[in-house]
Design a protein around this ligand. Structure first.
Ligand code: AQP
Length: 334
């Protein structure tokens, strides 16, 4: 029986964080075995904040090197850069006409980012979820592994695909979001009510480039509470629940197992153990990352091969979509 298909992406919008590692990089490794998996570096998405061009180039190859360092193997899965396949933006344009303004206005990420970059609320920021829908639908996938902040965008993708299929007949596979059971939203260590985010790093953010000792320090300084009881209660003890999630995810345990392990102990014991787990993970990851990042020519070569691998399905979906909408196709593509 053939494996199910999956697609997911990470924006090269800064240095990836421990949130990216736990929410997606780690789960991706399992997906390359259980799925016909496609992973993307979504560089078009990253330009909505108008990054410095050199930073965008560096971060794009950086995300790719992290994929490899985590254990993704281009022989087992497909990895490419979004801008290498023009079909993504072409399909996004078509899907724009099947998406309502009101739907995009309701997107939490748009509302949040509009506040954060109030001097630059550009159309790309508004239209981001339609491009994300195109990214997913182009590859005809069943599953989309994401952190839970992306659930709303995948839901919109399903709505757009269903609307199109109802109008023109079956065209797109309806995808389903898959979020990790533990660590679907790693929170900032100093502000445990907000997501740890690479575009808004601060003292409570662990970057994957942090020296292991300094990352460990950030964990031991994490904000918790004064209840002094080890329990998994994300509403009332968000800082503690975040540490439990981080420890659980890095040790392949459930939060309940972690609570049991540290029952009756002080928060310091959990912090020390979590700090050690994070430092050890970063140390290994950084060694692997350094072995990939310096060979830029090889990274670019692998990205090009990945785009070639991904292009057949992308082109087939795009042509089928254009045909259904009524475009006159060039005779070579009929
Ligand atoms: N803190 C997190 N916990 C769990 N999963 C996370 N993800 C991001 N942060 C966490 C998941 O990682 C995937 C790629 O994320 P992204 O590149 O789209 O977003 P980001 O890392 O959060 O980057 P930005 O640029 O900083 O975006 P905002 O400003 O929205 O936070 C996604 O599947 C995401 O869920």
């Amino acid at each position: 029986m053939s494996k199910p298909t999956s697609f997911s992406g990470v924006q090269p919008s800064g240095q990836p964080t421990l949130g990216n590692l736990i929410g997606v990089f780690q789960p991706f490794v399992a997906f390359q075995d259980s799925h016909q998996a496609t992973f993307c570096i979504v560089d078009h998405h990253a330009i909505t904040s108008r990054p410095n061009p050199e930073d965008l180039r560096t971060n794009t190859l950086g995300i790719f090197a992290y994929y490899l360092a985590m254990g993704l193997d281009p022989a087992k899965c497909t990895i490419f850069a979004q801008s290498h396949l023009p079909q993504h933006t072409e399909l996004a344009w078509i899907l724009n006409s099947f998406t309502q303004m009101g739907e995009l206005e309701r997107m939490t990420q748009y509302k949040d980012k509009s506040q954060r970059q109030s001097d630059n609320i550009n159309v790309g920021l508004f239209d981001y979820p339609v491009l994300m829908a195109a990214d997913i639908l182009l590859h005809q996938v069943q599953h989309v592994p994401v952190g839970d902040d992306q659930l709303q965008h995948v839901e919109l993708t399903r709505d757009i695909a269903t609307r199109f299929n109802n109008l023109y007949g079956p065209t797109f596979t309806i995808p389903k979001a898959i979020i990790p059971q533990v660590g679907a939203r790693v929170m900032d260590l100093q502000e445990p009510n907000r997501k740890m985010s690479k575009s808004r790093p601060g003292p409570g953010t662990i970057l994957l480039t942090d020296a292991p000792a300094s990352a460990a320090k950030k964990i031991t300084r994490a904000v918790t509470d004064s209840l002094a009881t080890i329990a998994y209660n994300p509403q009332e003890q968000p800082g503690l629940a975040n540490l439990i999630d981080i420890f659980a995810s890095l040790n392949n345990q459930t939060p309940q197992q972690v609570v049991q392990q540290f029952q009756g102990q002080q928060y310091g014991a959990l912090k020390t153990a979590t700090a050690e787990a994070v430092a050890s993970k970063l140390e290994k990851l950084q060694t692997a990352y350094n072995s990939y990042i310096n060979d830029k020519a090889e990274l670019q070569n692998l990205l090009q091969k990945g785009a070639e691998k991904a292009s057949a399905t992308a082109e087939k979906t795009l042509q089928a979509t254009k045909q259904k909408v009524g475009y006159v196709l060039p005779s070579s593509q009929k």
